[in-house]
Design a binder for this molecule. Structure first.
Ligand code: GTP
Ligand code: MG
Length: 166
């Protein structure tokens, strides 16, 4: 159809979980073994054609280092969608992801489309706990690998499909 929407999307999650790598994989089709840690935040935009709409995603890739935590509300405020990323090989990063879920439930836009993403699924296999948690919290869940590209496009397209239409 002719439906065209702009949506702000924010990526949140512990440092080193692969937020920038997911965006780089999605936007440029690339992967870097030595991706530099993000300072502050980085902005990207990407337009997706889904069946009934053209969705322009304005993507804010935030910095996971704890000292940047206080900046996060600037990026999730007004966001239509969030991707909360953890590293399936590092369960502390899953604990950090749950904290982000709670923060968004308290402070975020209540109609936000939120994805919980277990990245680095090329490394190990720890899916069940997170899937149950995601179902209980109304999130959609996917495991990804920015390295092998598995499910990376799928998250962004799934978000675009779930966004409310104008
Ligand atoms: P901050 O910017 O510090 O918050 O980190 P980040 O979440 O943006 O992580 P980043 O994308 O910088 O990735 C951290 C490291 O993990 C890099 O060395 C990446 O190459 C690596 N990495 C990212 N995604 C994957 C993946 O799916 N599989 C594997 N094996 N490594 C990955
Ligand atoms: Mg980064």
């Amino acid at each position: 159809g002719n439906n065209s929407i702009n949506a702000k999307l924010v990526l949140l999650g512990d440092m080193g979980t692969g937020k920038s790598s997911l965006v780089l994989r999605f936007v440029k089709g690339q992967f870097l073994e030595f991706q530099e840690s993000t300072i502050g935040a980085a902005f990207f935009s990407q337009t997706l054609a889904v069946s009934d709409a053209t969705v322009k995603l304005e993507i804010w890739d935030t910095a996971g280092q704890e000292r940047y935590h206080s900046l996060a509300p600037m990026y999730y405020r007004g966001a239509a969608a969030a991707i909360i990323v953890y590293d399936i090989s590092r369960m502390e990063s899953f604990e950090r992801a749950k904290k982000w879920v709670q923060e968004l439930q308290k402070q975020g836009n209540p109609s936000m489309v939120t994805a919980l993403v277990g990245n680095k699924c090329d490394l190990e296999d720890k899916r069940e706990e997170a899937r149950t948690y995601a179902e209980e919290n109304g999130l959609f869940f996917m495991e990804t690998s920015a390295k092998t590209a598995i499910n990376v496009n799928d998250i962004f397209y799934e978000i675009a499909r779930r966004l409310p239409r104008a």
